[in-house]
Write a protein that binds this ligand. Sequence first.
Ligand SMILES: Cc1ncc(COP(=O)(O)O)c(C=O)c1O
Length: 390
Amino acid sequence: MNLEEVKKLYSDYVLNTYTRTDLCLIKGKDTIVEDINGKKYLDFFPGWAVSGLGHCNRHVIKNVKDQIKKIVHVSNNYYNELQGELSSIIIHNSFNGKVFYSNSGAEANEGAIKLARKFGNPERFEVITMQKSFHGRTIATLTATGQDKVKKGFDPLPAGFKHVLFNDIKALEDAIGPKTVAVMLELVQGEGGINIADKEYVKDIRRICDEKNLVLIIDEVQTGAGRTGKMFAFQHYGIKPDVMTLAKSFGGGFPIGVMVVRDKFCDILTPGTHASTFGGSPVICAAALGVFDAIQKDGLLEKAEKMSLILKKSLDAIKARKPVIGKIKILGLMIGVELNVEDASGIYMKCLEKGLLINCTQKNILRIMPPLCVKKSEIKKAMQILEESL
Ligand SMILES: Cc1ncc(COP(=O)(O)O)c(C=O)c1O
């Protein structure tokens, strides 16, 4: 097939819910992807952060290949050894508690909202989230999301969500009332334009949640699995969440949703109150175990820290030459480059033409999230393309 033929199939048969670029990718290895015409690209935004370790990571592929020959899916009414093993690894790398599996970030967040509501039932049900946050596209998670554009046309939305200014502790304190049961936030807002939470702010939130018996839900769907240079972003802040949600990179390219629940809250969801048919199936757990293998055996956290410094240096140098660049926001390999223009989509398209895939969010923020395996030479080439495009 050629691109036109694929596009025709889409226009005839695929629901038109995405803004799609004229690009059909058919192969990928680590940072490099290839399109249907054989053109290669540096992928500095792999699958909206899903292929965060790089495309077709060898540890993930090996585990999946081995598992697929044995058994693909097991009902959650039976035991599956890989789910047990993966859960123990997650807990040993995060905080004391237990794990629940689903298939996506939205579903993981939905579980966290349910847990909080059941904890507060019947008096407390309100969840406070942040402006510019993004938590998913299900009815509850789009209501939790602090951006009006995702909600238009879906009224009536469920009650019980409030949004406050990010990084403003007073705004949060003022919003807490007798019905509040949880605070939910991303430590680095991804869709919101790479907004990094201040250390004191997060510590204050933790303290307030303890004082007022609120569930602190940290959405690590985009930041988890090494993206910020630590396995989980909360590890930058010296606090522990009550509930942490994971997805995207955590499945190494396979669909996963994870809700990690701290000890204190482990008995709230009981048999019959929450479930997911596909959640934590052996193949998906094998993929996620491959993600841990890759991060640990290939030293990807240390590499990500190093590459982050190199990227920061190059971006600062470009900024000195190109006044169109405003603020550079960076934590590990999660990077936002603010441009002093109203709409930066033209730059994104220029980069694409020249063989670099990045993302543009909030109209004028270039979102750059190379895979953790990115090489110095690839950063050099990507930065050259970015500068030419600017
Ligand atoms: C922080 C955050 N939470 C939740 C989601 C929703 O995840 P999913 O698309 O897997 O449902 C996203 C997706 O971009 C996200 O960035």
